[in-house]
Each structure stands twice: as structure tokens, then as C-alpha cells.
Design a protein around this ligand. Structure first.
Ligand SMILES: O=P(O)(O)OC[C@H]1O[C@H](O[C@H]2O[C@H](CO)[C@@H](O)[C@H](O)[C@H]2O)[C@H](O)[C@@H](O)[C@@H]1O
Ligand SMILES: O=c1ccn([C@@H]2O[C@H](COP(=O)(O)OP(=O)(O)O)[C@@H](O)[C@H]2O)c(=O)[nH]1
Length: 455
């Protein structure tokens, strides 16, 4: 079996605890197969970028690279998160394009290629992740790397016209043609990519999932919905309910029911709309007022990017407003916490909640939706309220699906979830849990790598 080399911007180093679905999922996948994980060290340095650090745990070798402040600003805070992130989440209004940060993004990708190429062996399988590193395969090919290289996009692929609104879009997106396999979260993402290739990318779709680049080179595209370590999360949740933090939460909510949201503080997650949806619930279902407490965990993310700073202020304002209007001396309807929690603690929180609120305006997948389901008590499971605009909605069909822009719809779904009879909750939960047991993180890794190795 060839060695697996995973490359991603974010690496979950041993002992590190950071929010973000990519790191959580790749850590689970590598723990099963072993291999090399290469990426940014998470550190900025005064010197030039490029110093490498090595660590080993079990069968996983970690190699991470420092970046200078200027490189990080251009590559991560700039082009990745102020240009590509909004574009890929259908937010052309937030796209900030700048030739300088585009150049910095290219330069950091070159550095990744320069550092990685000498480490690769002929029979390695290289798996590159996400929008930070789109050009990496073409740069590795230029350096003579001939082994199989696959790509997985964790975020949505936008519709073709949106992708084509990016200045110089073809120079970026055509580098995807250098991969043997381009993986997406859902079939809709694959369809939108194929439309882009056909309409703006100069390529052809020979048959579903088989594409031809302008130079005649063929490559594949397919959907591989990412997932979670279902059994482990179910076990962790069972054990976590006895943890002091989880017990304290449970006691503090009683006799009310808990509604929980867990998201990085990101505009794609629809948090202002969600807060307003909860407020609408309090107004529309005044007879139930006082029955639910909503806990929103939202660790600060990409805090150096101005759109994220604005969002933070906006959420503080709305949370203050909701509580100011609706709180009672002995009840705070909305608890808003910016801390990052350990994954195991979160599983206990999920299990304590009657309702999981997952209402992004766009999301590649959303692992929190899947984790919430996996963490439930089979005898008395909670209800998932899920945005139809999250990738997870294509699989979690027994959730209460909502349009996150429809505040009345979100409010009514909360009310329905709060009163759903136990038998109906169990039936819905069981269908989703059976699916998640079958389609877990191990299946995701196996299916992707089998498809890549078959190219
Ligand atoms: O690394 P950060 O900038 O701190 O951001 C965290 C991660 O956010 C995004 O996650 C995506 O991947 C998840 C797993 O596939 C998926 O469920 C979610 O819908 C996506 O938003 C981003 O794509 C990652 O690169 C980041 O590491
Ligand atoms: O305080 C927190 C908040 C979130 N997460 C984890 O971060 C991931 C978020 O992944 P998701 O796919 O939902 O969204 P992303 O942040 O990757 O866009 C999930 O595994 C969460 O359990 C965490 O470990 N601690």
C-alpha cells in the first residue's frame, strides 16, 4: 500500500484543540491509516517563511511550516479568506480582490510545493485539501512529481457565473485540472463544477464525472460527503454527560430544555439570522415563552479579517437586544459564548440538548449537524433543525429542514422540535444514525482513496 500524504493549510497537531471541521475530520482519517500530514504550523515568524517542524504520534508524521506575517496576511487572511471564502460561499458582495494578495497566495503555494516535492516518493498518494491550496498539484507537477494527486474541496463550489466573476478565474480554477481526482461534498457541487469547466473553463465534460482539460488531459470529479467518527462520538457523548462542565450546564438549564448551536464565528453560519429566528420564536410562540434556553457556542475565527470583526459586534448587539427584550430575573433566553470547547465536552453538550440548531446560509458540509445526531441518547434523542443550504442537508433528510432566511420557518421549526413526541424523535434519529454509522469518516476516506487509486 502506498504512503498517504495529506496536505492542508490547517493541521491538528497532537494535543491541539481547535474548532474546524477539516482538522477534526482529517485527524480521524489519518488515525485510521497513518501517513504524513503537511501544512502550516499555525505560527507566524519574523524571519522568512519556510522553516519546517517535525512531530510524530503513532503512525502519523507531522511536518509543518512557519509563515511570515506578510505571507500569512496575503495568503490566509487575504486571498483565501477575503476573496475565495466569500466567493465559494455565494457572497460576491463580500469578495475583496486584490492583485497583491493574489500574488501572495501564489507565492505561498510555491513555497508549499518547494518544501513538499523533495519529500515525496514515486508511489505516494498525495491528498491535498481545500481552497487555500488549489494550485498545489500543478506546481508539484512542474517539479516533476508524477504520483497520484487528489484534491478535496471542503467548501461549496459556487455556480459557474459566480466563479467566473473572480478576476483571472481561469488561471486559478484551471489548476484543478492537474489533479487526478477532484472531490466535492455533494453532487450539486460536482454539477456546478462541471458547468464551470464547460462554460468558462475551456474544458469538456465527457461523461458524468469524467472531464477533459483544454490540453486533452483527462481527470475525474465526484462527490464524497465528509463525515464523522460516529461510534467514537456516540461513546464520548455517553461518557461526557458525567463531566463537571456538562453537569453544570444541565443543572443550570433545568427545568427548561436546551437549544444548542455550535459554530465558528463566521458569516457563512447564519448566526445573526439564527438569533433573530430564535427571537421570532419567542414572539410567535409566546405561550411557550420560558420553556427553552438557547446556548450558542461561537469561538472567534479568523479574527484578523475585518468582516469577522464586524460580525462579532453585530452578534453582541443582537444577543443584547434579544435578552434585553425577553429575559426574566431568573432566565436568560440566549447564552452567547465565544470560547472554544474541547470536542469531547461538546459531545456532552449536544446530548444535553433537546434541539440542535444548524442554520448556515451556505456550508460545504457542517460536521456539527452530524455530531449532534451521533451524540444523542437513543432512548430520548434531541431534534436537529438543519438549513437546507448546508451540504449535510443532502444526507440528514429526517432533520427538520429549514430555509435559514425564513425567520418564521426557523421559529416554527424550533416550536415543532420542542414539542415533538418521543416516538417521532426516535424514528427520525434512528434513520439518521443508521446512515451515519454506515457513512462515517472511515468510509469517506476509504471511498475517496479507492477512487483516487483507481484513476
Ligand atoms: O482553518 P480555519 O480558517 O480556522 O477554518 C476552519 C475550517 O473551516 C472550513 O471547514 C470546512 O470543512 C468542513 C469539513 O469538511 C466542512 O464540514 C465545513 O462545511 C467547511 O466549512 C474550511 O473549509 C477549512 O479549510 C478550515 O480549516
Ligand atoms: O468550540 C468548538 C467549536 C467547534 N468545534 C468543532 O469544530 C468543527 C466544526 O466543523 P464544521 O464542519 O461544522 O464547520 P467548519 O468550522 O469546519 O466550517 C466540529 O467538529 C466541532 O465539533 C470544536 O471542537 N470546538
Amino acid at each position: 500500500m502506498s504512503r498517504l500524504v495529506v496536505v492542508s493549510n490547517r493541521v491538528a497537531l497532537p494535543g491541539e484543540n481547535r474548532a474546524g471541521g477539516l482538522a477534526v475530520a482529517l485527524e480521524a482519517a489519518l488515525q485510521e491509516s497513518g501517513g504524513l500530514w503537511f501544512g502550516w504550523s499555525g505560527k507566524t515568524v519574523r524571519e522568512a517563511s519556510g522553516a519546517l517542524h517535525e512531530a510524530q504520534e503513532g503512525d502519523i508524521r507531522y511536518l509543518t511550516m512557519d509563515l511570515s506575517r506578510a505571507d500569512l496576511d496575503a495568503y490566509y487572511n487575504g486571498f483565501s479568506n477575503r476573496t475565495l471564502w466569500p466567493l465559494l460561499h455565494f457572497r460576491l458582495d463580500l469578495v475583496d480582490y486584490d492583485r497583491e494578495t493574489r500574488g501572495g497566495y501564489g507565492a505561498v503555494n510555491v513555497l508549499f510545493a518547494d518544501r513538499l516535492a523533495p519529500l515525496l516518493r514515486e508511489d505516494d498518494t498525495v491528498w491535498i485539501h481545500d481552497y487555500h491550496l488549489i494550485p498545489l498539484a500543478s506546481l508539484l507537477r512542474e517539479r516533476g512529481i508524477g504520483c497520484r494527486i487528489g484534491f478535496f474541496l471542503h467548501v461549496p463550489m459556487p455556480s459557474a457565473d459566480m466563479a467566473a466573476a473572480l478576476p483571472d478565474h481561469a488561471r486559478l480554477f484551471s489548476t484543478l485540472y492537474a489533479y487526478d481526482l477532484v472531490g466535492f461534498q455533494t453532487l450539486r457541487d460536482v454539477e456546478r463544477f462541471q458547468d464551470y469547466v464547460r462554460l468558462f473553463g475551456g474544458g469538456r465534460v465527457l461523461e458524468e464525472g469524467v472531464l477533459e482539460a483544454p490540453d486533452g488531459h483527462r481527470f475525474r470529479a465526484a462527490a464524497f460527503p465528509i463525515s464523522i467518527d460516529t461510534r467514537r462520538i456516540a461513546d464520548q457523548a455517553r461518557q461526557a454527560v458525567t463531566k463537571p462542565t456538562v453537569r453544570l450546564l444541565r443543572e443550570s438549564v433545568k427545568p427548561r430544555q436546551l437549544v444548542i448551536g455550535v459554530d465558528r464565528l463566521d458569516y457563512s453560519k447564519g448566526l445573526p439570522e439564527r438569533f433573530r429566528g430564535f427571537e421570532r420564536y419567542l414572539a410567535r410562540h409566546a405561550d411557550q415563552k420560558g420553556g427553552l434556553t438557547y446556548l450558542q457556542i461561537a469561538p472567534i475565527s479568523r479574527g484578523e479579517v475585518s468582516e469577522y470583526q464586524l460580525l462579532r459586534s453585530e452578534l453582541e448587539r443582537i444577543a443584547g437586544h434579544v435578552n434585553g427584550q425577553h429575559a426574566a430575573p431568573d432566565w436568560t433566553p440566549l447564552r452567547y459564548v465565544n470560547r472554544n470547547f474541547a470536542h469531547t465536552t461538546l459531545t456532552g453538550f449536544y446530548r444535553t440538548a433537546r434541539i440542535g440548531l444548524v442554520t448556515p446560509l451556505r456550508d460545504g458540509m457542517n460536521l456539527v449537524a452530524k455530531e449532534f445526531v451521533a451524540a444523542q441518547d437513543p432512548e430520548d434523542p434531541g431534534v436537529l433543525v438543519l438549513s437546507q443550504l448546508a451540504g449535510a442537508a443532502y444526507e440528514m433528510r429526517e432533520a427538520l429542514l429549514v430555509n435559514p432566511y425564513d425567520l418564521d420557518g426557523v421559529a416554527d421549526a424550533i416550536a415543532t422540535a420542542a414539542h415533538m413526541p418521543r416516538q417521532q424523535r426516535i424514528e427520525r434519529w434512528r434513520a439518521m444514525m443508521d446512515y451515519l454509522r454506515e457513512n462515517d469518516i472511515d468510509a469517506w476516506r476509504r471511498r475517496y482513496l479507492a477512487a483516487l487509486r483507481a484513476t
